[in-house]
Design a protein around this ligand. Structure first.
Ligand SMILES: Cc1cc2nc3c(=O)[nH]c(=O)nc-3n(C[C@H](O)[C@H](O)[C@H](O)COP(=O)(O)OP(=O)(O)OC[C@H]3O[C@@H](n4cnc5c(N)ncnc54)[C@H](O)[C@@H]3O)c2cc1C
Length: 430
């Protein structure tokens, strides 16, 4: 793909072609709310559904269009994954807490599936499993062990795919075999967001797009929040801004590491080619630390491919040829085709690689999903709302985790290019 061919690439997520950005009535900011939710992604909307259905006057603000952040930009792969391993969590918290933390990942996925089905949200939800390719022979051995390391109750059922059988899963010789994990679902991210938006509106939540929350001040039992559309008074606040958390809460900003994740979609490919490259509807990923994640589009016409191709943050027109170059390394057959869409979004990493949900100085928050947030953000959005409402079912195993920061860190991850370079080097040497 030469430089010129980036011309004409649509820099919006492919998902927005199917689900145009919500055209919400541009209304004035009310003067008061029972609950003010800042951020209208999956976290904010699930929380708003819960509080509205419990009779609380709930206002949701977004600085941009509703769902403009990760929740309409992601890859649509759902897993029960918690980033640290059971062994890592056990050595830090003991086996019981480690088990409880990891069980929340499984619970979140099951909860979301049940919610989508019971609320009849039309979002191309499917449960195809995931093929994880080993990028070295050593990683193939490691992957195979993964199938049996999970304790009882946290099993990750699946099966090994030797290299000789790999083409049944993926039309590439770039991997040294892999593993299919059954517990992986897929979704159309923007359809999921749209479905949640409709549920929130039906529950009488008010969504106000293009309204940035600028400052929060405590005033007796209440908060006074300054926004780009004026001031609102509220009894309760939930900050649901994840990778876009900035000055609204310096305390949270110091605990969130925003990292760009980049995606492309190919133009529609011939059916026979799609069937030979991606013979199943499975999600796909690999064993690299600087991971690639990809899948067929829900209508099986395109490949949707994501990853991190530069040390620092960049432009989708810069990332597009780099991602496409890496996709062609997997599938040389598609070199003559074009990229139709290229976009990015900011995920939220944390210093302990765990999401965090809780309350600081009277303000609730749920964020830090470390790139695997579809199920977690929906689940924790609901749980934090239940906590705010005083409902015991809102408790989670994450409530008591210390939300760490580092000395001098203020929200600008200056160390990222070095970390990416280190992990890329490790990927080449293990
Ligand atoms: C490219 C990409 C691919 C991904 N792929 C996957 C995947 O395959 N599987 C998976 O599980 N996860 C994936 N994720 C992560 C997942 O999308 C997120 O974890 C999840 O959507 C987080 O939802 P959220 O509601 O917490 O945050 P977001 O959806 O990011 O919403 C935060 C919102 O807050 C708003 N906001 C920020 N500041 C303010 C303010 N001051 N005032 C008002 N509004 C404000 C923003 O405009 C934004 O709309 C991916 C993310 C990206 C970017």
């Amino acid at each position: 793909m030469d430089v010129l061919s980036t011309q004409g690439i649509n820099q919006s997520p492919i998902w927005w072609d199917d689900v145009p950005r919500p055209n919400l009535f541009d209304r004035e900011l009310p003067k008061t709310a029972d609950v003010l939710v800042i951020g209208s992604g999956y976290t904010g909307l699930n929380a708003a559904i819960e509080t509205s259905r419990s009779g609380r006057n709930t206002i949701v603000l977004d600085a941009e269009d509703a769902g403009w952040g990760c929740s309409s930009r992601n890859g649509g792969q759902i897993s029960p994954e918690i980033k640290p391993s059971f062994q890592q969590l056990s050595s830090k918290y003991g086996e019981t807490t480690a088990f409880d933390i990891m069980a929340e990942g499984h619970r979140a996925m099951a909860w979301l599936e049940n919610f989508i089905r019971s609320e009849q949200i039309d979002c191309d939800y499917d449960t195809p499993g995931i093929f994880v390719g080993a990028h070295t022979p050593a990683q193939y051995e490691e992957l195979a062990k993964e199938l049996s390391v999970h304790p009882k109750g946290l099993e990750m059922p699946g099966h090994v795919i030797p290299r000789a059988d790999q083409h049944n899963e993926i039309g590439t010789d770039a991997y040294f075999g892999g593993v299919v994990f059954d517990k992986s679902a897929s979704v159309h991210p923007a359809k999921l967001h749209q479905g949640l938006l409709e549920k929130a509106l039906a529950a009488s939540a008010t969504i106000i797009p293009h309204c940035r929350a600028i400052a929060i001040n405590r005033d007796g039992d209440e908060f006074q929040v300054s926004t780009s559309k004026g001031i609102i008074r509220t009894r309760e606040i939930l900050i649901a801004t994840n990778g876009y958390t900035k000055g609204i809460s310096p305390w949270l900003q110091r605990r969130i590491i925003p990292i760009g994740s980049y995606m492309i979609a190919t133009e529609p490919l011939p059916k026979a080619l799609m069937d030979s490259l991606l013979p199943t509807n499975r999600n796909l990923g690999d064993t690299r630390k600087v991971i690639y994640y990809y899948r067929p589009s829900p209508d099986r016409t395109r490949i949707i491919f994501g990853g991190r191709v530069t040390g620092g943050e960049t432009d989708p027109l810069v990332s597009a040829p780099l991602l496409f170059r890496d996709l062609v390394l997997l599938f040389p057959e598609i070199a003559k085709y074009k990229v139709s869409h290229s976009w990015m979004g900011f995920i939220a990493y944390t210093f302990d690689h765990l999401a965090h949900v809780g309350k600081h100085e009277g303000i609730h928050y749920a964020m830090g999903y470390c790139g695997s947030g579809i199920a977690m953000s929906c689940y924790f959005g609901t749980r934090i709302a239940q906590q705010l409402l005083g409902k015991p079912e809102g408790r989670t195993a994450f409530d008591k985790l210390n939300f760490q920061t580092r000395p001098f860190y203020k929200g600008n991850p200056w160390f990222l290019p070095a970390a990416v370079a280190y992990y890329r080097w490790r990927d080449q040497n293990r």
